[in-house]
Design a protein around this ligand. Structure first.
Ligand code: 13P
Ligand code: SF4
Length: 354
């Protein structure tokens, strides 16, 4: 099927240099103590993604916050009574928190923490795409700006994308999907839905290499292969489990395999080791230096988060997320549909069948 609207060719996304915070034990403890004091004073809770540093993940758990995937980050921040939400992750996660909690102050360690998927889908181009296909229901991945969410009918995260698409397909809808072509392609394959796909991709997951993964799997015959669905089709085809970050951690905890080959950002290893101590975790190959990989299994935008920046924000203010109210209110509707669907599905009110 050839789209009537020219779907943009895959844009080249400029990545920032990988700069990770390096702390010695003394500085780490000093910063954490200061942050804890400031968080209490400002009635703040820390919500961190699995791809952020071990220091931020530990701090979130030590202070009653959460470390999770993007769906649970949204749910947790929304349900928590704190007046300030600190979102350690990338900008769309901070924006989602603000969209759901306009009355709260939402801050981030670094507002420059973008996402290649979000950058690949400018709101004006997405709007033109939707306008060219008024017969299609638009479904966007959470990794998009507030303005794109405002134009979309539904927002989904990787943890719930297949279920929502299957549901819409069963209702007889044709779909328009943005921005991740690999996730869209995967969801289309497993649901059979009629979907027009935007051509964005994640710089981290796109770098995983199927041939090298096959070789590694041969060298580790007892290992299960775990793949995030932002990865290319040939990599997904080798997976024992395909899922969101939370679903992959759950696989490490519950599967009997002694070893796992993991095709997602290596920041997740911190939680995987905690969930299944003693199990061996191997990074899926990205072909390494000298090849096409520039991020090498770690998101350069996630790496922008750190304890030093968090102290600076709490001490000096700034880095607050603001969203124009008309955009926020419309984006809220498409996110709320996802949260309502997730709750109804969990309660057994939605039967998807085969
Ligand atoms: P999850 O929703 O699985 O946490 O994924 C978010 C993300 O940005 C993955 O690259
Ligand atoms: Fe975006 Fe990929 Fe980074 Fe996730 S890992 S935030 S999808 S660039």
């Amino acid at each position: 099927m050839s789209p009537a609207f020219p779907v943009p060719v895959r844009p080249v996304i400029q990545q920032p240099p990988m700069v990770e915070e390096v702390l010695d034990d003394a500085e780490r403890e000093t910063l954490k103590a200061r942050i804890k004091t400031l968080m209490k004073q400002q009635d703040a809770v820390l919500v961190a993604h699995y791809y952020t540093s071990a220091d931020l993940q530990d701090l979130a758990e030590e202070t009653g916050g959460c470390v999770s995937d993007s769906l649970e980050m949204a749910r947790f921040g929304h349900a928590h009574p704190a007046k300030t939400l600190i979102v350690a992750g990338v900008k769309f996660m901070g924006e989602t928190a603000k969209i759901l909690n306009p009355e709260k102050r939402v801050i981030m360690p670094d507002l420059g923490a973008e996402c290649s998927l979000d950058l690949a889908c400018p709101a004006d181009e997405f709007t033109a795409f939707c306008d060219a296909h008024p017969d299609r229901v638009s479904v966007v991945y959470a990794n998009t700006s507030a303005a794109v969410k405002a134009r979309a009918d539904w927002v989904v995260t990787s943890g719930i994308a297949a279920k929502i698409v299957k549901y819409l397909h069963q209702q007889g809808h044709k779909l328009l999907w943005a921005p991740d072509r690999h996730l869209g392609d995967y969801v289309q394959r497993i649901t059979g839905a009629d979907m027009l796909l935007w051509q964005g991709s994640c710089v981290v997951h796109e770098a995983f290499k199927a041939e090298a993964l096959k070789k590694l799997r041969t060298e580790h015959p007892d290992a299960a292969v775990l793949v995030h669905p932002e990865s290319p089709e040939a990599v997904i085809a080798l997976a024992d489990v395909v899922g969101s970050t939370t679903q992959l951690i759950e696989a490490v905890r519950t599967l009997p395999n002694p070893e796992f080959i993991v095709a997602t950002d290596n920041g997740i290893f911190h939680k995987m080791h905690a969930a299944a101590p003693g199990k061996i975790l191997l990074e899926a190959p990205t072909a390494g230096e000298g090849a096409t990989c520039t991020s090498c299994a770690h998101c350069p935008w996630m790496a922008m988060n750190g304890l030093r920046k968090l102290v600076a924000v709490l001490e000096n203010g700034g880095n607050e997320i603001h969203i124009e109210e008309s955009i926020r209110a419309r984006a809220r509707l498409s996110i709320q549909k996802m949260l309502d669907f997730a709750a109804a599905e969990k309660a057994g009110h939605i039967q998807l069948g085969d």
